[in-house]
Design a binder for this molecule. Structure first.
Ligand code: KG4
Ligand code: ZN
Length: 338
């Protein structure tokens, strides 16, 4: 059978990314231009700045991706592009580019849900992985526990009722003046701290599958404020370790509970927080105990990239889905939604 070549574009937040894939799961190139340094001084992503940078970067990133994959635009079988969720202006840059390419080259266009892209990163990493499985999506903007019933078929079991998990990491790091994005910094500091030093609350709300991080976040902020008021020393390593432990314990336990109750033998992690070493260790330990396989992508595929978008787009493409020039950005697109 002829190989299928996917060209994928991602620009939903602060990474301008283009990837070329062969048969959906083999990366020929995966170029990521991150604007992280630029947004650092603002303590978070500034939407207007992100859109402008995407416009400046996208042609170069595309050229590099084609060059590294050693192909030309004519070799592509279809184009996959993130159309939501994300920042409207940022999404529009990648989407307009993808539409222009699809139109001028006369190639099929497939719009991809960014969150479904995160889940699909696992297919690239683990060549033998097939649905069904449970996936725990933990990123800067999302926290979902989902049943992946088939390629492109998702059922949400639970979601965060307030902050996303990554957002909670970022806010605590910011409160301690540690910089942006906070997740990787907290992760690094936590390794040198005592996770039992501070008793932060665990939100198991209703024993169901939803999450809440606002209580934990407030408890950590209150702890920091109280220490400052009393002029007492804050051991950032201990705060990081105790906060991380409280966050990952709930995430891991709920994912295991979902797999056990719904009868799945595999859990995948997806999204930026899937890089977290505490979460990986905790869920792997519980997985061993409950006989559940735990899988996660390597760090470069956990955070935003276009290869994951190409993989999700490939499965949409072979199932017959096509989009036309009316495809628009949907900033609040939900998983499983078309
Ligand atoms: O998936 P992602 O790149 O972007 C979104 O789609 O949101 O996730 C970014 C988030 C940020 O909140 C960042 O702090 C978090 O992932 N993150 C981490 C780690 N690496 C990235 N959080 C905890 N531990 C990490 N090692
Ligand atoms: Zn993302």
């Amino acid at each position: 059978m002829k190989d299928i070549i996917t060209l994928a574009i991602e620009s939903s937040c602060d990474e301008t990314a283009v990837s070329v894939l062969k048969n959906g799961r083999e990366i020929l190139s995966n170029i990521i231009n991150t604007q992280m340094e630029l947004h650092k001084k603002f303590g978070g992503v500034v939407p207007e700045v992100a859109s402008r940078k995407h416009i400046e970067n996208i042609d170069d990133v595309l050229e590099e991706a084609l060059k590294e994959a050693n192909i030309t635009l004519n070799d592509i079988d279809h184009i996959a592009v993130t159309y939501g969720p994300g920042l409207a202006g940022a999404l529009l840059v990648g989407l307009s580019h993808a539409k222009a390419l699809a139109y001028t080259l006369n190639k099929p266009l497939v719009g991809v849900n960014h969150i479904e892209g995160h889940v699909s990163a696992n297919y690239i990493e683990h060549k033998d992985l097939k649905p069904p499985f449970i996936t725990l999506i933990v990123s800067g903007g999302h926290t979902h526990l989902v049943e992946v019933k088939n390629y492109g078929e998702y059922e949400i079991l639970g979601r965060t009722r307030d902050d996303a998990s990554g957002e909670a990491f970022d806010k605590i790091a910011r409160a301690m003046g540690l910089g942006y994005p906070g997740g990787p910094i907290i992760d690094r500091l936590a390794k040198q701290g005592n996770k039992n030093a501070i008793e932060f609350p665990r939100a198991y709300i209703d024993e169901g599958y939803d999450f809440s991080f606002s209580g934990l976040k407030s408890a950590a902020l209150n702890y920091l404020n109280a220490k400052k008021m009393k002029n007492e020393e804050i051991i950032v390593e201990d705060v990081a370790a105790s906060f991380q432990e409280a966050a990952v314990e709930v995430l891991a336990n709920k994912a295991i509970k979902a797999a056990t109750e719904k009868g799945y033998d595999t859990i995948t992690l997806a999204g930026g927080v899937a890089c977290n070493s505490g979460l990986r260790a905790k869920i792997s330990e519980l997985g061993k105990k409950h006989n559940i396989n735990i899988k996660y992508p390597s760090p470069v595929l956990c955070t935003d990239n276009a290869a994951m978008i190409g993989c999700a787009g490939y499965y949409e493409f072979i199932s017959g889905r096509r989009d036309d020039m009316s495809l628009n950005a949907v900033p609040n697109l939900r998983i499983g939604q078309r």
